[in-house]
Design a binder for this molecule. Structure first.
Ligand code: ACO
Length: 381
């Protein structure tokens, strides 16, 4: 029997702090008019010092698991797509696994710039269809505000923070993720890059004084690449899925720039009412942009069972990724699950279990050190 990978849960999180274009105009030489006209962005959410990529990923993941009505221990794999991980290592996905209490899950990060979430979703769907796993959590989470040079008006106006997540599950029922396209052109790697902090230019006083730890972007080149690749990846994935573009019910493009989205939609002849756009509120949240948009589209009723949804991302790498999704919400999810106190308690319990496990590890390490000391003083004959 062929297997299919369905989205059974979704969730998203953005930090409460909102930064408007006018606030930015007080920091760099820009204006609300320029930003709106050139990008379509009106404001963005910025993480507080206490918020970071893993924390936002956990919020989004919990909501996705609640919607799916799955326990953390049902999750077999966690993929976190991010270009702004918590640390170089351990992987942010492992921190998410721990905070969720997903004690049966493998976990890894996926770095494909803004295409990361669609890369993750396509990879997860492939693993489910191939029978390797049955339930996978895919998260796109970013804190790009920590990588942005707040003195560089060409980049700081573009990005925002947030996270989105889906739970994918295998079934014999046709639908779900039915076609995927992944692409890369590393010859354009330097067009969108954080040059410092890796093995080529290890972090040190020099990388910091020369600002190598910030995002560097050749905006115009990236723009040209994006308009070209968005339309071609959409065509390719639709063809693979056996769809004609006029049958697509909702196009969810990466939310980087309204002009790029309009140009791709125009070239694909997809009318504006079938294009999901929310970048006015969030800016470019990189790997989180498509899952946040997907989440909002579902929650506002823009996606209905049977709908054909086409998602296309592009970003650093350079990379691109497209996914054709036939929406098949399980019956128990309509109307949406009410987040009751008991449901919250269930997810909090898994988190608490995880904290207890950490405390036990510390106690175990302390006891083992104590044993060593005692054994050294009283050698066994
Ligand atoms: N406010 C006012 N003026 C500005 C600003 C600003 N924030 N930024 C740049 N300008 C000025 C420039 O200095 C330049 O002035 P000049 O003509 O006097 O030299 C002028 O505006 C035009 O600058 P360009 O950079 O050539 O403008 P462009 O038309 O390319 O638009 C933009 C810039 C909006 C950034 C566009 O290039 C773009 O959207 N590119 C794609 C970026 C993108 O999508 N990046 C994300 C990729 S996803 C990922 O993986 C993270």
């Amino acid at each position: 029997m062929p297997r299919y990978a369905h989205v059974i849960g979704w969730g998203c999180y953005v930090p409460p702090k909102v930064m408007s274009n006018d606030e930015l105009a007080k920091m760099v030489d820009t204006s609300d008019g320029w930003i709106r006209e050139m990008t379509g962005i009106g404001e963005r959410h910025i993480a507080s010092p206490k918020e970071s990529t893993a924390l936002m990923a956990v919020h989004a993941a919990r909501e996705a698991m609640e919607t799916a009505d799955v326990n953390p221990s049902d999750i077999e794999l966690i993929i976190v797509a991010t270009a702004s991980p918590e640390y170089p290592f351990p992987a942010t996905a492992c921190l998410v696994q721990d905070a969720l209490g997903a004690d049966h899950a493998g976990a890894f990060d996926l770095e494909a710039g803004c295409s990361g979430f669609v890369y993750g979703m396509c990879s997860a769907a492939g693993m489910i269809r191939g029978g390797m796993f049955n339930t996978i959590l895919v998260v796109g989470a970013e804190t790009l505000s920590r990588l942005v040079d707040w003195n560089d008006r060409a980049t700081c106006v573009l990005f925002g923070d947030g996270a989105g997540a889906v739970v994918l599950r295998g079934s014999e029922k046709p639908g779900g993720v039915i076609a995927s396209v992944l692409g890369s052109d590393g010859s354009g790697g330097e067009l969108l890059i954080v040059p410092g902090g890796g093995s080529r230019n290890p972090a040190g006083p020099e990388t910091v004084t020369s600002g190598m730890h910030y995002i560097k972007m050749s905006g115009r080149e990236v723009y040209r690449f994006a308009t070209r690749v968005m339309a071609s990846a959409a065509r390719q994935v639709a063809q693979q899925a056996g769809w004609t573009l006029d049958k697509v019910d909702l196009f969810i493009p990466h939310q980087a720039n309204l002009r790029i989205i309009d140009s791709a939609a125009k070239s694909l002849k997809i009318p504006p009412e079938k294009v999901f756009v929310n970048l006015e509120k969030y800016g470019n949240t990189s790997a989180a942009s498509i899952p946040i948009a997907l989440c909002e589209a579902i929650d506002t009723g823009r996606i209905k069972p049977g709908d054909k949804v086409l998602m296309v991302g592009f970003g650093a790498g350079l990379t691109w990724a497209a996914c054709a999704l036939e929406w098949t919400t399980p019956k128990h999810l309509a109307p949406p699950v009410q987040r009751t106190f008991l449901i919250r308690l269930r997810y909090n319990w898994f988190g608490i279990r995880s904290i207890l496990a950490r405390i036990l590890r510390h106690v175990d390490a302390a006891l083992s050190r104590l044993r060593e000391v005692v054994e050294r003083k009283l050698p066994v004959e």
